[in-house]
Every structure is written in structure tokens, then in C-alpha cells.
Design a binder for this molecule. Sequence first.
Ligand code: OXD
Ligand code: MN
Length: 590
Amino acid sequence: MATAADMLLPLPQLSRPVADWVKAVSELTQPDAVHWCEGGDAERGALIGQLLRSGELKGLNPEQFPGCHLYRSEPNDVARVEHVTYICTRSQADAGPNNHWMDPTEARAKMRALFKGCMRGRTLYVIPYCMGPLDSPLSRLGVEITDSPYVVLNMMIMTRAGRQALERISREGRFVRGLHSIGELDPERRFIMHFPEELSIESFGSGYGGNALLGKKCHALRIASWQARSEGWLAEHMLIVGLQNPQGETHYIACAFPSACGKTNLAMLIPPASLPGWKVFTVGDDIAWLHPGEDGRLWAINPEAGYFGVVPGTNPETNRNAYEMIRRDTLFTNVAVTADDQPWWEGLGSGAPVLDWQGRPYDKANGPAAHPNSRFTVSARRNPSWSPHAEDARGVPISALVFGGRRREVAPLVYEARDWKHGVLVGASVASETTAAAVGQVGVVRRDPMAMQPFCGYNFGDYWRHWLDVGARLMRPPKIYHVNWFRRDAQGKFLWPGFGENLRVLAWMLERCAGRSGAADTAIGRLPRPEDLNTQGLKISPGDLEALLSVDPELWRKEAAEVREYLHRFGDRLPAAMLAELAETERRLG
Ligand code: OXD
Ligand code: MN
């Protein structure tokens, strides 16, 4: 524990390795000033004041949206850039076919040239942060150096940042080094480099969330997945939610869906009125760190302290909790504004935009008023369904893991894997239509194993082997499921209403975990029969329900062949058990 005397130490004196690194980076980048972030409201208020004066932030309507601000990014800098995101391991095979790879020496030299003198005229901010509860042995530490005050504001919401994190670094010594500069925001000079062997990240040329808030995707997924493999745990792109049934039992599940496929909504689900007695508690909305516990179960913490969620579509009907959450103390990025300075986005259901996300007078001809990947950054504690166990040092026990994607066809509403090994294959086979969260074409189906395609810091072949190893160590492994809320009919209409109604599917899973609910055995896994789902008060035709719960062997044989072809890309790194599981599914498909 830090003593009272330690508390008074100036931050740069708390950790010699951090101070030495800051000095070396300052010499390289030549900032005008260096600011060590303490954390806390006073510092946050001062930063906001500075950004309001410089015009980088815009205050929003103080009556309707107290404490809320709008940030407009460069129009060319609105999403993650997977094509210039690299894993720089000594051996290319360790990064795997799932990652862009660059030799670490070459990458360092390239980045050094970019960072040289890049902070002249700017302030260098030092952000010590802790991913996970400050007192949890499962948490990990990092320091981000950045020249973007917008990044500082975000990191203060998304992580436990400031003095206490630095104190823990000074006690433990180990931390991830993340160096970031917005550079000139030139897409041609934009690179997000990861050096997992050295636990470091270098990001240049973008101020956007996943590229610039280095605690999030870069640390908590890409670097952490590497750390997790050597330490025997899993770092996953998963929400964590607690579901309390009408009998008062609470079970936690962790769900992996690709970016912008509704993780935040599911994590904050509001039970429909026709399912009385259910309660939902959010532990996390994007990332889960899963550790085998001494009791043979899997335990999860959310490494983040806030949400960086997609705004469009949020309204009091689809997700009242999210809507209430972002009405105060929220940082909006790239939304539109109304005549009275309220934030506005597509799907809000009221008001009208006068300025679009670029600050231009709104004109339909220019496309959506809010950017499709516009975001809110908000403290998790603002969430009305925030779990009282979200800060538990040992995490929460996980009863079920759920994978899912956005698929018009093929994947039924839900199915249960035969066992853990089959579940690993089910996770590895996830495919989903791309969304606006990353630069590139939207709506194209791509393989996104475990929703980790953009985020796994090493070869997927090794990653699946690690998943199999973790499962083998669990005496009481969670059951594994696959869901698809996005199945459509021949006319393109969604078959399933989604949002709060998804609880019906989750309730079936929990009943399965308790051994209380039935299922039909099919070639791809176990599916609920229509009578196994609670459809009381649900408006759905029997035909639609049947379509949602059907498995077309023809389509699935094609799917299995595609999965086989995909898995073969991983050559000798692919565990034989995966091919054995696939062969078993193919055998069942006939
Ligand atoms: C995110 C993403 O921002 O997955 O969470 O892109
Ligand atoms: Mn995400």
C-alpha cells in the first residue's frame, strides 16, 4: 500500500521506469510541455475548459444534456484502420495469417521517423492507467503517452487513470507502453503498431477511438491476448451481463459479437413487460478478461471503466437505459446537432438536425446527419443497469459463452455447442457482415472468429489451441452458444425483433445450464424447439419462428466447406482437434 508520504510525491517521482521512458519520448518528440495526468474532476474540468476555448469541443444544451460535449473528428479519421494495423513479432508465423505483420526493427525505424519532433508546439500527456478494478490481481497496467487532449478525456472515462494506477505501477513494475501522436492526421502517414514481445504499442496519425485510446483494443485485446496466452487466461471481445431470473438466481454470460452488432445493447438489455421478474446487470459492454478460477469455473472482469458505444439507433424504445445513460456527462463524437444544441442521430426518433457531423448545415444530399460510426464515451457508472459486482476484484463466474454474427441467412436464431471443443469450432467459424466500425466496405460477410479477427494479437491457430487448453483446465466449463439476431426473410425483413426480446433466447440458455430446458439435437448443435422458448406476449408468427429455428443441411454443407477452407489457411498451427470437430459436424450433415 502507498503511504501518506507517497501520496504527496509528484507523479514523475513515483516510477523511475515510467519517468525514464517519458524523458526518452520527450527527447524524440520535442513537446512544448509535459503534463502527467493525476485523474479526477479538477483535471478533467480544466481540460474541457481548454478544449472549449480552442473550439475543439462544443458544449451541448446544458438543460437537456448537462455536462455533455461534442467533438468532431477529421472526416478522414472516423473508424478503426485495420489495413494499417500491424502485429510486429520477430517471427511472422507468430502473428499469423489473421494479422498484418511487419518486422519489429523495420517497424520501430518507421515509427521513429514519424514520431521525430511530432509534438513541437503541443503538450505531451502521460496517462498511467489500470485495466480492470484497481485492487484486482487480474487487472493489468499501462501508460499511454499522447499529444491529444481528446484522447486524455476519453482515457479518463474508459480506464482507471491517474495517480492510483501509477502507484500500482511503481509497486509492480510491469506496464504496457503505448505511444500515440495524432501526427498530421494524414491517412498516408497512419500506422497502429503492436510489439507484443515487448508489451508496447506505437500509434501515429489518427485520433479515432480504437486507433488512439490505446488501453482499449490495442492493449486490452491485442497485447492482452498475447499476455493471456503465456499466463493461462483469455482476453476476449465480449460483453459481460448478469441475468437474474424471476426466482432470484443470477447467472453471468459473456458474449462475443463483431463491432457494431449490438453488444452494448445486449449488455444493457431491458426485459420486455411480458417477461416479468427478470433483471439485467451490466458488467461490461465490449471486452472480457476470463480467468480459470480455483473452483473450476471461468471468472470474468471487464478491464474497462466506461463505454465507447455506437450512437445511431439509440432511443428510448430500443434501449431506454442507454438513452438515459448518455443524457449527462457524455462525450459525443461525430453526431449532428439540433437548433438548440442537442445532439442528434439517425434513429433517435425526435428532433431534427441543423448541423451534420462535420458541422455543415444539414443537407440530406450529403448523407446521414450523424456519422454511422458516431460514438458516445460515458462512465459505466452512469448506466442504470450497472452491476454492483462490476468492481469485484475476482470478477464474476460465467455460466455461458455466446458467439454471434450478423447473418441474413444460414445461422439460426440460436444453437448450443456439443461441448467445449465443439464450442471452440463454433467460435472459430463465426462470420458476420462488416459494419462502419472499421474503414472499408460495409455489409460484406467475412470470417470473424470469436469476433476477434481485428483484435487477436497472435496467430489464430495458436489462439484456438490456447482456447482448447483453457477449456481442458476447467472442471465446470461454461456452455457455449451461437446466436444470430439478424436473420432475414426472402423480402429482407428481420425475422426476429431483437433488443429486449433477446432475453427469451438467453433465458433458454440459462435454463439449459440449469438442466431445466429441452432442445432438439441437430447436425450443427442443439436448438430449442418452438415450445422450449418462452414466447408469451411475443408478436411472431409460427412460420417466422420455425424459419428462425431451422437448419438447412444444403446451406450448412456449403458453410462447413467454407470453414474448412478458411481453417486450412492456418496450416500446421491449426490444432487437429478443430478439424476433428469439423469432420464430426460434416458427418452429421451427411
Ligand atoms: C469498438 C469496436 O469500438 O469494436 O468497440 O470497433
Ligand atoms: Mn468492440
